[in-house]
Design a protein around this ligand. Structure first.
Ligand SMILES: Nc1ncnc2c1ncn2[C@@H]1O[C@H](COP(=O)(O)OP(=O)(O)O)[C@@H](O)[C@H]1O
Ligand SMILES: [Mg+2]
Ligand SMILES: [Zn+2]
Length: 384
């Protein structure tokens, strides 16, 4: 049997299986139950968060032999053909490769015919913002007077590129990025069912990399499983994704605190020699200082997206710095990233950046000096 990728195997087949988009699935389920179906919907949001999945479930819900129903059976001929992607009544069009007027003319020609199997003829147009102006105009005419049996579901990652005239004729749903913890939980479930043993920190790194996209998280997981087999450790993920171990950042922080310049230079060399992407490394360092700043300012670790075993460590280390110090570090890291963009000698700039961090006068000290100066000034004033 050939391998089916996780993202396909785990595509939700019911509204209540769609994670993190309850505001959408609830409204759509209610609309179906109350027979208040619009003629055109537009789904917007980042990639891999469930837009196409929701469009297909909606199509099934409407065309199910037992429907319209908010819980399509997934068994009847109509449901099955939609799952397989070969329903004659549900047409998926990729807006990016069918951008022109001819394609939309075809569609207008085609839409007049009544559905063969289900009750609706449903057009799912993905990346609809890619259509040309002429194509949009042609589409608009259909949207103004759609046949009774027609339903449009548009999906886009760039809603601002869709003309207002189109938007005003659609019911709009905004899909959200999926929170990091939610992605981790879902991946954990998948691993459990697939009998994959995976470390929490490995899950964390995958979810981080996915940056709010459930599909990306699943693709990365697939990639890593094919690399590491059914036991996945943090080291596997680090290796596959080029993730930098949090420990390195803590080490650097120690060196900065104690002004250990020699160690910093050695560390810079090691990072460079290991072939890490320097920019990624600095993004990680920035996040590390951000974490320290947040812990220092809020005296809590609840806003950190790090593995459990680092929480205590963040608390400890944050106490050694002032907010001013950490803000200064963040600035220096940002400057270094900026300079790296144009530098001919990235290694040098990187190393200098680390040294600058260590040489940065602690704001605590500066405040101390200012305080002393003030006392002195007062004394002088009193003398005269
Ligand atoms: N909200 C979600 N809940 C559960 N799985 C999801 C969700 N969003 C995406 N996925 C997973 O990612 C895959 C692709 O999702 P898709 O709906 O095509 O994303 P989009 O159209 O927003 O780019 C699905 O097959 C599913 O495995
Ligand atoms: Mg899609
Ligand atoms: Zn059905």
């Amino acid at each position: 049997m050939s391998y089916v990728v996780i993202a396909r195997r785990w595509r939700p087949q019911q509204f209540d299986e769609i994670i993190g988009q309850e505001h959408v699935s609830k409204t759509l389920s209610n609309a179906i139950a109350n027979e208040r179906i619009a003629h055109s919907y537009i789904f917007t949001g980042p990639r891999g968060v469930g837009k196409t999945t929701t469009a297909r479930i909606l199509a099934k819900a409407l065309n199910c032999e037992k429907g319209p129903t908010a819980t399509p059976c997934n068994e009847c001929a109509s449901c099955k053909s939609i799952t397989m992607g070969n329903s004659l009544d549900v047409l998926e069009i990729d807006g990016a490769s069918n951008r022109g007027i001819d394609e939309i003319r075809n569609l207008r020609e085609n839409i007049r015919y009544t559905p063969t199997q289900g009750k609706y003829k449903i057009y799912i147009i993905d990346e609809v913002h890619m259509l040309t102006k002429e194509a949009f105009n042609a589409l608009l005419k259909t949207l103004e007077e759609p046949p009774e049996h027609a339903l449009f579901i548009f999906a886009t990652t760039e809603i601002h590129k869709v003309p207002a005239t189109i938007l005003s004729r659609c019911q709009r749903f905004d899909f959200r990025r999926i929170p990091l913890k939610t992605i981790m939980e879902h991946l954990q479930n998948i691993c459990k069912k697939d009998k994959i043993d995976i470390e929490e920190e490995a899950l964390l790194q995958i979810a981080k990399k996915a940056d709010g996209s459930m599909r990306d998280s699943q693709s990365i997981l697939d990639q890593i499983i094919s690399y590491s087999g059914d036991t996945v450790t943090f080291a596997d993920v680090a290796q596959a994704l080029g993730v930098i171990h949090q420990d390195i950042y803590f080490k650097i922080t120690d060196y900065i605190k104690d002004s250990q310049i020699k160690e910093l230079i050695l560390q810079a060399k090691e990072v460079f020699d290991s072939g890490y992407d320097i920019n990624e490394f600095l993004i990680g360092l920035e996040e590390h200082f951000r974490n320290l700043l947040v812990v220092r300012s809020t005296e809590s670790t609840e806003f950190l997206d790090v593995a459990e075993n680092y929480l205590e460590r963040y608390k400890e280390v944050a106490a050694a710095f002032s907010e001013g110090d950490l803000i200064g570090y963040l600035q220096t890291v940002a400057e270094t990233m900026q300079q790296l963009k144009t530098s001919q000698q990235p290694h040098l700039k990187f190393e200098l950046g680390l040294i600058k961090l260590a040489k940065q006068p602690a704001t605590a000290q500066i405040e101390d000096i200012l305080e002393k100066l003030n006392v002195l000034k007062k004394k002088l004033l009193n003398q005269t």
